[in-house]
Write a protein that binds this ligand. Structure first.
Ligand SMILES: Cc1ncc(COP(=O)(O)O)c(C=O)c1O
Ligand SMILES: C[C@@H](O)[C@H](N)C(=O)O
Length: 372
């Protein structure tokens, strides 16, 4: 019998549900480059309505969704985008907006709650008069929820305020909404209201929503028309994508309602971790499905803890040289949370005794570190 693995590395690890697989098998498809895949069109129309925008475009990944969005807004050489110094776009997307798009990043410090100070955003906007010397600010990017800030939610009031600043300075606003549904559920704000101020949003279908692949960009029709061309330029024009959109449609239908449970389980996990005196966990700050905790004992490193957990079939990722990240998703049960906590307690005991011999890692849990 294969031992069950409790995979807390990310909410990207879910396997497609039976309903998703059935929808994939039955999907009505066509060549989406030569014409229009009917299931993709239907799904894009669903997302357009759900997000309260004019149009939507399915893309293979969140990274491509952000890249395409930034490049559409910053389609003139010398453009600059204001974004968080801990944002996914700036830290985890290989600098694609610059290396591929030639867009200059102007980082502003992310606060622990995922925001950037409003006055620092305004101060980062280049004066038009400096065009000979300076890049030209064209875009502001937010991230909601904020992955590197513990899955924190940006409020609708904050988002609207940044939107007002963008508009008053002739700029556009993009939201990296990889987990926007987590924010919507945690805040109790309808998702279309939460993103109302944004000109474009990238929404990951393959994270907490549990679809096997993909993201969707939403925005104005003119924006999406340009995004579609750029998607093709980047090699993201795909053929019978109805197979993927069918699963994504099931994911949106079936999993949004489960996100609150993910948040509850994250809280429960954080409360359990808080009882381990070698850890520092701010369980009160857990707003959605992510739990970050610091290891305060020098005998225990994030890598060694993750290795010891892997030997008990619990998978996690180091988040920095002294912290670990657990991410909850709908395929983690309450008993899995309890099992993981028991394994953490045993791993800590073992590491404190110094008795753990580490086998060669099999699953790659600690080959990849989330941290930066
Ligand atoms: C906040 C955020 N934005 C974008 C992405 C990129 O998504 P993908 O992995 O599908 O490229 C991720 C993680 O995957 C993320 O956490
Ligand atoms: C690793 C990172 O790119 C991914 N978005 C995650 O949160 O797991």
């Amino acid at each position: 019998m294969v031992a069950k693995v409790v995979d807390l590395r990310s909410d990207t690890v879910t396997k497609p549900s039976e309903a998703m697989r059935a929808a994939m098998a039955a999907a009505d498809v066509d060549d989406d480059v030569l014409g229009a895949d009917p299931t993709a069109r239907r799904f894009e129309a669903e997302m357009t309505a759900l997000m309260g925008k004019e149009a939507a475009l399915f893309v293979p990944s969140g990274t491509m969704a952000n890249l395409v969005s930034v490049l559409v807004h910053c389609d003139v050489r010398g453009s600059e985008v204001i974004l968080g110094d801990a944002s996914h776009i700036h830290v985890y997307e290989n600098g694609g907006i610059s290396t591929i798009g030639g867009v200059h990043p102007k980082t502003v410090a992310n606060n622990p709650d995922g925001t950037m100070d409003i006055d620092k955003i305004v101060a980062a906007i280049r004066h038009r008069g400096g065009a000979l010397l300076y890049p030209t600010t064209r875009l502001i990017c937010l991230e909601n929820t904020h992955a590197n800030c513990g899955g924190k939610c940006l409020s609708v009031e904050y988002t609207d305020k940044v939107g007002e600043i963008a508009k008053s300075h002739g700029l556009k606003l993009h939201i990296d909404g990889a987990r926007i549904f987590n924010a919507s559920v945690a805040l109790g704000v309808p998702v279309d209201r939460l993103v109302k101020a944004a000109d474009s949003i990238s929404v990951c279908l393959s994270k907490g929503l549990g679809a096997p692949v993909g993201s969707v960009i939403v925005g104005s029709k003119a924006f999406i028309d340009k995004a579609k061309i750029l998607r093709k330029t980047l090699g993201g024009g795909m053929r019978q994508i109805g197979v993927l959109c069918a699963a994504a449609s099931v994911a949106v239908r079936d999993t949004v309602g489960k996100l609150a449970d993910d948040h509850r389980k994250a809280k429960a996990l954080a409360e359990g971790l808080k009882k381990i005196k070698q850890f520092s966990v701010d369980s009160a700050s857990v707003e959605t499905n992510m739990v970050f905790f610091d290891i305060m004992d020098p005998r225990i490193s994030p890598d060694r803890l993750c290795q010891a957990l892997e030997q008990r079939n619990v998978l996690a990722m180091p988040a920095s040289s002294k912290s670990v990240r657990f991410v909850l998703h709908y395929q983690i049960s309450d008993s899995d949370v309890q099992y993981a906590l028991t394994c953490v307690e045993k791993a800590v005991e073992e590491l404190l005794k110094g008795g753990t011999k580490f086998e060669h890692l099999t699953n790659g849990a600690t080959k990849h570190s989330y941290g930066h």
